[in-house]
Design a protein around this ligand. Structure first.
Ligand SMILES: C[S@@+](CC[C@H](N)C(=O)[O-])C[C@H]1O[C@@H](n2cnc3c(N)ncnc32)[C@H](O)[C@@H]1O
Length: 387
């Protein structure tokens, strides 16, 4: 077996020089944990429209190490079942499990502020690489990790054993946490959730931290870090941009078929004050998800090339259709909720406040609701009730 010590040291140095890797213990973990052991049977490399399968066994050992230590997300499963050893040629598919980009993993672990006696719950084991980094410091008994996909969990468990960690790898739905090993000092989710499940707060000690990506769009999602209080509520902030595959039960199915049929009957139409194209930017997209949780953004065009954009909220049976109109856009809205009115007023208030970045957003989670705010203005506060 080719030894990867120099690749591990090189990756640690790269992450440290980027300012992501700061703690000496985490540097020790990155230098010690062999990422290639977590990539069996192989990975899918992104080729734009298709994914090229590359297996450990079928690849030159030096080339395999180069892939394993690229500071990139390495996709290990497509469409909830396909692994690289089962594909002979490039395939199309949607990534459903991966070893996340080490910059993101290390940045998130740093944000946990771990001390050696902490007990951690990880949601989304994936390959088990991030689990191993934490086990290196905390010990195998202090890390519990949950993976929803039994095959992925079994592979991660085997890889963790291979590198010497008989940790608690649980197969199950991480949205429910894992009560039998609670309470935890830290909860970290490496899949995105629409909102932080209250079970994670309940299973965390007062003073403990919950860290996870919130949102349901492929972009415009934020890394929430909340501290649990004595009163059972948790409060904190969005500490930066973050992008992860969605928790499986919450994955959004792309809308298909004739969209014009879904928007045939509008209740109103008017010119927009803000072009809908701003929703293609990160912070406006995050605001849109705060103002209209449940809405999906869809890009399309008419057969004559006229650009179209849509917002659909299937649960609230509402839509907004945007049609390019000269220099501006017209919005047609239908259904009980005027989605664009809500989003546009958030965008206007945000622009008036000087367009602050995502890390100015604060968050409070209770059993009853999620409250997000930027400042005291009512137009920059959004309460999502759970009832
Ligand atoms: C991006 S990968 C995890 C990356 C992993 N931590 C690593 O660095 O190797 C996300 C994982 O979350 C898992 N997942 C999705 N929904 C889940 C859920 N509800 N509970 C537990 N795991 C879930 C997926 O199956 C996938 O393996």
């Amino acid at each position: 077996m080719t030894d990867s010590a120099s690749e591990r040291r090189h990756m640690a140095a790269q992450l440290a020089s980027k300012g992501v890797l700061k703690s000496p213990w985490l540097r020790g973990a990155v230098e010690n944990v062999p990422r290639e052991q977590f990539l069996h049977p192989g990975v899918f490399l992104d080729e734009g429209r298709t994914w090229r399968p590359v297996t450990a066994l079928g690849t030159d050992p030096d080339e395999w190490l180069k892939i394993a230590y690229s500071v990139d997300t390495l996709t290990t499963q497509l469409d909830g079942h396909l692994t690289a050893d089962r594909a002979d040629e490039p395939v199309v598919g949607v990534p459903t499990s991966s070893s996340t980009d080490p910059t993101t993993v290390v940045g998130m672990i740093e944000a946990l502020d771990l001390t050696a006696e902490h007990h951690v719950l990880e949601i989304g084991t994936g390959t088990g690489y991030s689990t191993a980094l934490m086990c290196h410091y905390l010990g195998e008994d202090n890390v519990t990790t949950i993976e929803v996909d039994p095959q992925v969990a079994a592979r991660a468990d085997a890889a963790l054993e291979t590198v010497g960690y008989s940790t608690w790898t649980v197969t199950g739905d991480g949205l429910l946490g894992h009560p039998s090993r609670a309470p935890y000092d830290r909860v970290i989710a490496t899949c995105a959730v629409r909102r932080i499940p209250y079970t994670w707060i309940r299973q965390t000690k007062p003073g403990g931290v919950v860290l996870g990506t919130v949102g349901s769009w492929p972009w415009g999602t934020g890394l929430a870090r909340v501290t649990v209080g004595d009163d059972g509520a948790a409060e904190g902030a969005i500490i930066g941009r973050s992008s992860f595959m969605q928790a499986r039960a919450q994955a959004v199915t792309p809308l298909a078929g004739d969209l014009s049929a879904r928007t045939a009957y509008a209740d109103s139409d008017r010119p927009t004050l803000v072009p809908p194209l701003v929703l293609e930017e990160w912070m406006p997209a995050f605001l849109a998800q705060l103002a209209a949780p449940g809405a999906q953004f869809v890009r399309a065009s008419r057969s004559d090339g006229t650009p179209l954009r849509y917002l659909f909220d299937p649960e609230r049976e509402s839509f907004a259709e945007f049609v390019a109109d000269g220099d501006g856009w017209t919005v047609r809205q239908g259904g009980p909720v005027a989605l664009w009115d809500d989003i546009e007023s958030a965008l206007v208030a945000w622009q008036d406040a000087g367009a602050p970045d995502i890390d100015t957003v604060r968050l409070r989670v209770t059993t009853a609701s999620h409250l997000y705010w930027i400042d005291r203005r009512a137009s920059l506060r959004w309460e999502h009730r759970l009832a």
